[in-house]
Design a binder for this molecule. Structure first.
Ligand code: NAD
Ligand code: MG
Length: 328
């Protein structure tokens, strides 16, 4: 079992007298900046001049905002999209790192795949909340917290873990619990989850079941409710109490049909493919593909996204969702 760090394992005093610079004021950036400030930490936000929207939002929230050229701090948190981090690091961050500095990430991709290679004399740490930024902020305001992962990739100061835990406490994460991991484990499991299960797996499962019903002559609206809309009820049951909680809640027929037929959809061939996808993540093959795709201007990404947007289930979905009064 993993070790879980709680409030008493983390000390905010560790950040006392330290200047924290949060680069980015998006999903994670705004939540970390506000929560740390409210925890009494000295926070500055650094933003590109062209992003007036983030800039105004940060100022309206009462944050001190500087341009990327003025990045400065004992701890610099890279809370901008992963694919732009290496360039921002090379142009604005590398030269600012000195003995005793810490650089912090909320996802391990760039460190794990060597897209950012910080000098040996700085701490390299991760605090990765297991939830989107707005939830990280909302829970904090309510006196609660979102669980997080922490990791240390370089411990130059000898205090890297204490700094990461103090940061985690400052954003409210130790109120819920913080699990220690490595950059490798966080990066590889995160990519695997989103490719196989969360995003890739779920999207293909829904579309293929929808297509199967529609090609057999069933009405698309009925198919939509069945394979997409109702998925939320099932996921909520799993989320709150585990898979067995879902089995307990569904009908006897659903239990028997699901337990016998589900295994024919996810077969040993599916397992082999999952292992292959995991290998591509572990060897860096996926990382190389995605980095090169970005350098090429995202030709495959853009085409696939367009195909997703135009899938028949999207057209039906727009109409069907108008019937549902609790969707604005
Ligand atoms: P985001 O897309 O919300 O970041 C937007 C911010 O980045 C804006 O303030 C914008 O000004 C800045 N930005 C965009 N392009 C820039 C550029 N070229 N130069 C400088 N600044 C630029 O990012 P996010 O979703 O908060 O993700 C930040 C980090 O947190 C990533 O490493 C991500 O993997 C990780 N993370 C995100 C979530 C999440 O729920 N969004 C959860 C866990 C971890
Ligand atoms: Mg992910």
């Amino acid at each position: 079992m993993a070790k879980i760090y709680r409030e008493e394992d983390a000390d905010l005093e560790v950040l006392k007298g330290k200047k924290i610079c949060i680069v980015g004021y998006g999903s994670q950036g705004h939540a970390h900046a506000l929560n740390l400030r409210d925890s009494g930490v000295d926070v500055t936000v650094a933003l590109p001049e062209w992003d007036r929207e983030s800039w105004q939002k940060a100022e309206k929230d009462g944050m001190k905002v500087v341009s990327l050229e003025k990045i400065e701090g004992d701890l610099i948190a890279m809370l901008i999209p992963d694919m732009v981090q290496p360039e921002v690091y090379r142009k604005f961050v590398r030269e600012k790192l000195k003995d005793g500095s810490a650089i912090l990430f909320a996802h391990g991709f760039n460190i794990h795949y060597n897209q950012i290679v910080p000098p040996k004399n700085v701490d390299v740490i991760m605090v990765a909340p297991k939830g989107p930024g707005p939830l990280v902020r909302r829970m904090f305001v309510e006196g609660k917290g979102v669980p997080a992962l922490v990791a240390v990739n370089q411990n130059a100061s000898g205090k890297a873990l204490d700094i990461a835990l103090a940061y985690a406490k400052g954003i409210g994460a130790t109120r819920a619990g913080v699990i220690e991991t490595t950059f490798k484990e966080e990066t590889e499991t995160d990519l695997f989850g989103e490719q196989v299960d969360l995003c890739g797996g779920v999207a293909e499962m829904i579309k293929m079941s929808f297509e199967t019903l529609v090609e057999a002559g069933y009405q698309p609206e009925v198919a939509y409710f069945e394979v997409l809309h109702e998925l939320k009820l099932i996921v909520d049951l799993i989320y709150e109490g585990g898979i067995f909680n879902m089995w307990k809640a569904v009908s006897e027929t659903a239990k028997y049909g699901g337990m016998t037929r589900g295994k024919r959809i996810f077969t040993e061939a599916t397992r082999q493919e999952m292992r292959k996808i995991l290998k591509e993540i572990q060897t860096g093959e996926f990382a190389r593909e995605w980095i090169l795709e970005n350098l090429a201007g995202r030709p495959v990404y853009n085409k696939l996204l367009e195909m997703e947007a135009n899938h028949p289930i999207e057209i039906v979905g727009k109409e069907v969702r108008k019937m549902i009064p609790w969707f604005k």
